[in-house]
Ligand binder design. Sequence first.
Ligand code: ARG
Length: 573
Amino acid sequence: MVNYKEEISKIIAGQVSELSEEDALELVEIPQDPAMGDYAFPCFRLAKLLRKSPQSIAADIAQAIADRPLFEKVEQVNAYVNMFLSKEMYTRSTLEDAMDGENFGKTNVGDGKLVIVEYSSPNIAKPFHIGHIRSTVIGNSINLIYRALGYKVRRLNHVGDYGTQFGKMIVAYRHWGNEQDVKDNPITTLLGYYTKFHVEAEKHPELDDEARKAFADLEKGQEEEVKLWKWFREESMKEFNRVYKMLDIEFDEVDGESFYSDKMQRFIDELKEKGLLEESRGAQIVDLEEYGMPPALITKSDGSTLYCTRDIATAVYRKETYDFYKNIYVVASQQNLYFQQWMKVVELLGYDWVKDCIHVPFGMVSLEDGTMSTRAGRVVFLEDVLNKAVEKTREIIAEKNPAADEAFIDDVAHQVGIGAVIFQELSNNKIKDYVFKWDKVLNFDGETGPYVQYTHARCASVLRKAGEETVAKAWNLDDVDFSYLNSDSAYALTRLLYALPQTVVEAGEKFEPSIITRHIVNIAQAYNRFYHDEHILSENEEERVAKVALTIAAKNGIRNGLALLGMKAPERM
Ligand code: ARG
């Protein structure tokens, strides 16, 4: 990839001895309005340094660099040097990159460093509701983005499979459970037991003692409790795995909280030794008042450990096992304070690498009809949402392709229906709360997944119509006459394609897949403008080959962008 910003910084720094290349690099901008050039250099800062008017500095620089082969035109406008790149050179280099198949968009800024991305992390025996989809989908995309940046990524699912609630579940099962029901419908059934437990415990408080004992026995490793708990876990995982399969999502490790059950004592001892542990109403806490936070709970009065205790052990285990460069947690913003608390405790223990543990928060999703809350018992299973999306898409696809066979419709309905949900998830800045609306998700003309996928299929259709010979010539850029790609709509598209790799870098730095979502919507819109404005399959062979080359580049850009979100790019739809 030619880095024009760097090239330009070098040229400008070469003209002005007072300016370093790095400073120039910081100043060079890409103007919003293409009429102001591909790149612009503001001279305000130099004006102070050189005690000259910024206009005259801009004029001097513009004149000095105007005849470089890199530029078609250089203009001084007020305090700015506006630079227009030589279009054919720019288009050629961009298309060369774009023809590099699946590598287009990738860079190696990560240089093989190891990054952990923890995502999904649902709770056993609780439904995987539409709120959980965010962690799963955002986390998966962050994983894909970091891979594309040349990092090694370890994908972890920190399943919530431990804690006092399992005592309650065990007791509930013993009183009212039925093996077959659990097997048939694990999560709904187990959740039902859990709800029933709370209702009954209101009337019979002794149930709470029973549950505490059951959890204590589980922690001690009593055979019967462990067996039941393992079974609940297995059955629940079967359901989660079905959803992961639909989403095409995998993990390298699915060690839940229970994995750390024997790794916590060490920190409790360490905290004690360092004088950080205090007793408060029988519980052990770390006081965080000094840092403006409520205390971190380490053990309960009955000695049992907590969510927080397990997160401390987990972070240290990950550092010792993987020596990560970054350890990323994709977890809802409701847990912001909680993450600050436990990270503070890790810091107080003296582990300065905690600065490399990053909580990537996201806002809440609600449904149009207001359903969301698990606690209210009105749960929406992600699986239902996905199935509904596939069904609705199937209808649309069947209508658009009346002659198509069942298998084709089925395949596309999956790719587009599930993709639509993923895309919607990743469209908004992740910290914003948003309302999930079916009409918006499945709109083929809006800024949606189906729209972008449809544009990909449109590119594929243009290539089919162009025929193999033209396509082969277009792939081999040697024979392409780039002067046919100088129009505004072609050039606007080229500029967006050029920016793709940098967009991926930015999305990685900000942990923000929506930057990619936005960018591929822009590419799709630019392609559609090009498609409407110009006659791509021209009778003039040279023109046709050039325009088909740009179509291949756009197709590669869209496909690779979709892949970073965890989506498929259908050839027909
Ligand atoms: N299971 C938790 C929940 O559903 C999320 C776990 C987040 N990860 C962590 N390391 N605490 O709320």
